[in-house]
Design a protein around this ligand. Sequence first.
Ligand code: SAH
Length: 356
Amino acid sequence: METEKKPELLSLTPDELRASLVSLGEPAYRATQLFTQLHRGLSPDEMTNIGKATKELLQKNFSYHLPGIERKLVSKLDGTVKYLFSLADGACVESVVMKYEHGNTICISSQVGCRMGCKFCASTIGGKIRDLTAGELLGQVIAAARDTGERIGGIVLMGIGEPLDNYDNVLKFLHLVNEPDGICIGYRHISLSTCGLVDKIKKLQAEDLPITLSISLHAPDDETRNEIMPINRRYGVSELLDACRDYFRATGRRISFEYTLIAGKNDSVSQAEKLASVLNSHLRSKTETMPIHVNLIPVNEVKESGFTSADRKSVAAFAKTLESRGIRATVRRKLGADINASCGQLRKSVLEEKKA
Ligand code: SAH
């Protein structure tokens, strides 16, 4: 179909947009004008400073779709807003806007579904349907800013999907969102979370972008990690932590670790001791004291997984054990607890509802 081949307006860099427009006979300044307005959330039809002929030319030569709001849930507890966005082909992904004292941060999805197969995660149950384009990644930020009417100052790539499994589009998105004529969010206000695709972590390191890397570790040893995260059979704990050390040495950016606590699986004090020991031995030496931060998250119970959440006592004991070994640990404040804000669960329940 011809429409599928049209370049997506929201995926284009300023240079790409300029080149396309000039080749269609438009003046070069039009590109900046368009780029800025598109990134502010206006559709070409809503723009008042371009004429009818240009609007028709855009419609004929490009595609444009801002994610539509399929569902929206607002937490009464803390104002967290969760969106189920629909994309041009009807696929849905989730984004969450979190309100902090220092501003709004959005958590966005990188793929429709996921193929990483982590046993505790709702997003991976139906597998991966497809990657999101750079414009769809960006569209979540634009649509949420437009809907809330507030500036979004930070982004975490921690929603549905594995961002490093959609590397090229995610990288293009990082550049787009940093553009001075667009949303202009600094790289330091962007975090990318990965289950540990070591080859891609090395590639990202070479891009030299000062984003924050967050590693979903969830276990201190290969035996436990293999059981809950299939990716570990490809890249084991040691290899992953060595890649983290290299990333830190090269970029100077702190890395944080996510550790979701599952009762009876990875939440014992001896596992906390083991975790402290592998982190210290891989990431620190006598001359180097890399700051290490572990976010502890009691697992959100997904019925298919059969896992239950660690109780308060073991969470506290786990945190204390890490702290006593020089590792900062925070128990993640659960935002939007009343709206099921963690990733994958809303999309999954709406899919089930539609099937029924
Ligand atoms: N694929 C990326 C980003 C998406 S998942 C990654 O693995 O990091 C975002 C975070 O939520 C990850 O740390 C993931 O392990 C965690 N997560 C997934 N399901 C969860 C659940 N049921 N309870 C708690 N954390 C979960």
